[in-house]
Design a protein around this ligand. Structure first.
Ligand code: OAD
Length: 259
C-alpha cells in the first residue's frame, strides 16, 4: 500500500469514526471477489452472444421466456455457490460498530446478508425470489418454486394461481424500482453524514443519483473502486483498489482509531 493510500484510509476511518449515520451504496464490484461477475463483464462464456437488453427486459422474457429463465437460473446457481468476501464481511462489521449504518445495494445476490449485515435494501430485487409475471394476486405475487415440478424444456414454471409464467424477482431495464427500498435509500442518503460508494460504475439511475443526493444534503462521499467512475468527482476521498482488500484495511484503521 502506498503512503497516499494509507493516508486516504486513515482520513476515511476518521470520518466514519465521527459519523452518526452512514449509507453504504454497493454495486456488482463488491461481489466480484466472491466470483460473481460484474454486470458489465457478466456476459462471458456461454452467454457472450447476448446483450443485457436481450436478457434483462420484460420484452426479452415475453419473446423467449426459456432463454431468460435459463440465464437467471445460471446466475442463481452461481450466486448460491459463492460466499461473502472480506469486503462484505467488513461492511457487516462496520454496521455493528457504528451507530447507524444502512446498506443500499444494486446487487441481486444475498452476500451482504450472508456476511451478517442486517439493514440491507435491495434496489434491483433479489435473484433468489420469484413472482408471477402478471402479479396476478396483487403487487409482489411471490412464488416458491423449490417444490414445484415442471417441464424445464419450456423454461419457467407456470404460476400456480393463473397458469402464466413465473419470473425472477429482479428489476429489468425499463421497470420501476421497489418503492420501499428506494424510499429508504433516499431517506438514508439525505440523513447520512458519510456515504461509502463501493463497486458501482454509477451508470444506472436512480441508484447513481443517490451519492449526489447525499452530498447535496451535507454528506461526505467516499468511493471504493479500482477505476474512476462518473461518481468519482463527487467523492472527497477515493480509495482506489478492490473492496475485498481496502474495506478490511478501513475497518482495521477504524478500530485503531477507536483505541
Ligand atoms: P457494473 O458492472 O456496471 O460496475 C461494476 C463496478 O465495480 C465497476 O465500476 C468496476 O470498476 C468496479 N469493480 C470491479 N472490481 C471491483 C472490486 N474488486 N472492488 C470494487 N469495485 C470493483 O455494476 P453496477 O454498477 O452494480 O441493474 O451496475 C448497476 C446495474 O447495472 C446493475 O444492478 C444492473 C445493471 O444493469 C439491473 O439489473 C437493473
Amino acid at each position: 500500500m502506498t503512503g497516499s493510500q494509507r493516508n486516504n484510509i486513515l482520513a476515511a476511518a476518521s470520518l466514519l469514526h465521527n459519523a452518526r449515520s452512514v449509507t453504504v451504496l454497493t454495486g456488482a464490484g463488491v461481489s466480484k471477489e466472491s466470483g460473481v461477475p460484474t454486470f458489465r463483464d457478466a456476459l462471458e462464456g456461454l452467454w457472450a452472444r447476448f446483450s443485457p437488453e436481450q436478457l434483462a427486459t420484460s420484452e426479452a422474457f415475453q419473446r423467449n421466456p426459456k432463454l431468460v429463465w435459463d440465464w437467471y437460473q445460471f446466475r442463481r446457481e452461481l450466486v448460491q455457490r459463492a460466499t461473502p468476501n472480506p469486503g462484505h464481511v467488513a461492511i457487516a462489521s462496520l454496521e455493528k460498530r457504528l451507530p447507524r449504518l444502512i446498506t443500499v445495494t444494486q446487487n441481486v445476490d444475498d452476500l451482504h446478508e450472508r456476511a451478517g449485515s442486517q439493514y440491507v435494501y435491495h434496489l434491483h430485487g433479489r435473484i433468489a425470489n420469484n413472482r408471477c409475471f402478471f402479479d396476478c394476486q396483487g403487487d409482489g405475487t411471490y412464488i416458491d418454486v423449490s417444490r414445484m415440478t415442471w417441464n424445464r424444456e419450456f423454461g419457467p414454471p407456470p404460476c400456480p394461481y393463473c397458469g402464466r409464467w413465473v419470473r425472477p424477482d429482479v428489476v429489468w431495464f425499463g421497470e420501476s424500482l421497489p418503492v420501499d427500498a428506494l424510499e429508504k435509500a433516499m431517506e438514508s442518503s439525505i440523513s447520512s453524514e458519510v456515504m461509502l460508494v463501493i463497486g458501482t460504475s454509477g451508470l444506472v439511475s436512480p441508484a447513481s443519483m443517490l451519492p449526489s443526493l447525499a452530498r447535496d444534503h451535507g454528506a461526505v462521499v467516499i468511493e471504493v473502486n479500482p477505476d474512476d467512475t462518473p461518481l468519482t468527482a463527487l467523492a472527497t476521498i477515493k480509495l482506489s483498489g478492490p473492496s475485498g482488500v481496502l474495506l478490511p484495511s478501513l475497518l482495521q484503521a477504524l478500530e485503531s482509531h477507536a483505541h
